[in-house]
Design a protein around this ligand. Sequence first.
Ligand code: HEC
Length: 243
Amino acid sequence: MKHILLSMTLALGLLMGSTQVLASEGGAELPSAGVNLRDQASLQRGARLFFNYCVGCHSLQYQRYSRIAEDLGLTEKEVMENLNFTGAKFGEPVISHMPEDQAKQWFGKAPPDLSLEVRAKTADWVYGYLNSFYVDPSRPVGWNNTVFPNASMPFPLWELQGVQTAVKKPGSEEVEKLELSQPGRMTPEQYKQASRDLTNFLAYVAEPAALQRHAYGIWVILFLALFTLLAYALKKEYWKDVH
Ligand code: HEC
């Protein structure tokens, strides 16, 4: 019995260990995004934010509307009425209508596809980015960002978060901290939650299979436990005449 317990603890330990490694890959100074792919309500809120505020410029070229419905527990009707504003068909991928050359002209840069953004930059980076916009009249789009300095993205969530202003270090151009100089429709706590939901949704989009992998994990543990029991019973059987 001791053996069984030991190997089960080991298997669990391995599983926990692997998620730990993933969680600690973010930048050192970034706040934690607290991604939780099992929080379906958060993923749904994040999807709503993405389709209301981001799809005007950014695509998710590897993500189909039908897959979002399936993974986020939404019906076809809910997705087509509440999330799909581009006129795409249910089985089609999420493609923004923003023409690339137009965007380059307006922002100086084309908005990149965000399908793999969380894998490229980490969830903490995206969450930090969404919390670090401040007004900067010296920038062409009027906004700057402490996580991504001189980003040419106009901050689309300012109505929700409000307007942040940079406090510079005395005698320098370096930003010391950001201050909310004009409140938005959300309280700071509500905005943190909203940007966390949005990051959560983008983390799911970057790896839709992760949702299923969490479900497999339980079965793997059960299988290991069962297998250990069997092996133990077998061992007992083989050795019973030896002693
Ligand atoms: C008006 C157009 C526009 C909207 C709306 C918009 N973005 Fe962007 N976004 C851009 C542009 C342009 C860039 C490229 C900035 C650069 O490279 O300087 C960008 C860059 C980004 C990046 C960084 C990509 C990188 O380089 O790694 C992230 C993350 C991002 N956007 C997230 C979002 C999210 C989330 C939303 C919705 C809340 C959103 N964006 C809405 C135009 C937009």
